[in-house]
Design a protein around this ligand. Structure first.
Ligand code: NAP
Length: 382
């Protein structure tokens, strides 16, 4: 009998349920199977149950419990539109509504782990480049002023460069730097054949025309994806370096095989480096996209119908848990002191489909994506 000993041993969270492929009830299968990380093992029909009708394959999936006291092994008997389950050899029928009472924990989209995996493959690519050309890719980082958070981000990017075998070229300009001086520094890096990527750390002091400076970065070296040209190309589905944070979010969703086609995505925030490119990337991935901002009326009403939510507001825990539906995939791009994001995550982690933690979700993916795009730029340049 397919009823693993380790499953019997669990009293609170039995892990397996059997369903017939292609007929999974909507809450637990297809997209959510991936989104929730429910593991399943397709099994030949004869090894499972004679009752499951006319289906060649049966899925064994991880799932939480129907009854908090009792480990649970069930077989979906879909011809009847009913659920037939076995427990210790007994058999009973229960309606699909029972599935609604099953609880499951959400899938944690672990940006830290995925970014480390990306680094392993980047290191191999950098090593290959070095042995082929004898050159080491260089990412130039421009920091203007003394904002401690920006200094920390630049330092972290330098450390990430070293981890993958690249070099960073840090340039630190005083807070009194004028736009023309910064433009001159950028032009110097554009003209420097040893530099393959340029990062201008955002935000720059208010007196500087940040947009002008972002757009002065050569498109071939704009590995942080901040220029208008890259944004336009990305929006048109043409090759471009995506803005690192939203591109990192896309990379994370891809790493977890989360299907995006047809989802209603709601992006809260429309900043040039985050909300706006995020919306275009999701549109490019065939989502139906709503972009909310500070003038949006009744934000909760938009979120209640969302399949995918990206919080990019810049206000700690601004998006409240009770605005978010159970079926949502929740991406929190925010980061604030104390390790909190833009979304009230704690009450959500046991009821939504998937979520990014703060910290350890979007942040590491941003840096890994910046690195990956620098490696790509070097591969094209060398
Ligand atoms: P931003 O430039 O300040 O933009 C904030 C956006 O939120 C704006 O579009 C604003 O709308 C919108 N907003 C403000 N109040 C709102 C409200 N009451 N309702 C709905 N929307 C509202 O911030 P950002 O640079 O995009 O950053 C957003 C968050 O992401 C921050 O927490 C930041 O720390 C974080 N971040 C993280 C990373 C990373 O690597 N993890 C990178 C960048 C940013 P308006 O356009 O109407 O003003």
């Amino acid at each position: 009998m397919l009823y693993p000993a380790e499953l019997r041993a669990q009293t609170f969270k039995p892990k397996n349920v059997v369903g017939v492929e292609g007929f999974e009830p909507p809450t637990f299968c297809s997209q959510s199977r991936r989104a929730t990380g429910l593991r399943y093992t397709p099994l030949p029909l004869r090894r499972t149950c004679r009752l499951a009708p006319m289906r060649a394959r049966i899925l064994l999936m991880h799932i939480a419990t129907v009854n908090q006291d009792m480990p649970f092994f069930c077989i979906l008997h879909l011809n009847l539109g009913r659920l037939t389950y076995r427990f210790n050899g007994k058999r009973a029928k229960i309606g699909h509504n029972i599935l609604g009472t099953l609880s499951m924990s959400s899938l944690l989209l672990d940006g830290k782990t995925i970014s480390r995996q990306m680094e392993v493959s980047m290191k191999q690519r950098v090593d290959a480049l070095k042995s082929r050309t004898g050159r080491t890719p260089i990412l130039a980082t421009l920091l203007v002023g003394d904002d401690p958070a920006s200094a920390t981000y630049v330092r972290m990017k330098g450390e990430a460069c070293r981890r993958v075998g690249m070099q960073s070229l840090p340039l630190h300009l005083p807070g009194t730097t004028r736009t023309d001086q910064l433009l001159e520094a950028i032009q110097g890096l554009n003209d420097n054949p040893d530099v393959q990527g340029i990062l201008l750390q955002h935000p720059v002091p208010e007196a500087i025309d940040e947009r002008l400076c972002f757009d002065a970065i050569a498109a071939s070296k704009d590995v942080d994806g901040v220029g208008c040209l890259g944004f336009g190309r990305m929006s048109m589905g043409l090759p471009a370096y995506g803005s690192a944070t939203p591109q990192g979010i896309m990379n994370l969703l891809k790493a977890y095989n989360i299907p995006l086609q047809g989802l209603h995505a709601v992006v809260v925030g429309r900043s040039p480096i985050l909300g706006r490119p995020m919306a275009m990337m999701l549109l490019g991935a065939d989502c139906t996209v709503t972009v909310c901002h500070s003038r949006t009326r009744d934000l909760p009403s938009h979120l209640r119908h969302a399949d995918l939510i990206v919080g990019a507001v810049g206000k700690p825990q601004f998006i409240q848990a009770d605005w978010i539906p159970d079926h949502a995939i929740v991406i929190d791009a925010g980061y604030h002191p104390g390790g909190i994001g833009d979304i009230e995550l704690t009450p959500l982690v046991d009821r939504i489909k998937a979520y990014t933690p703060v910290p350890g979700g979007v942040g590491p993916m941003t840096i890994a994506t910046l690195m990956e795009q620098t490696v790509k730029a070097a591969e094209l340049a060398f």
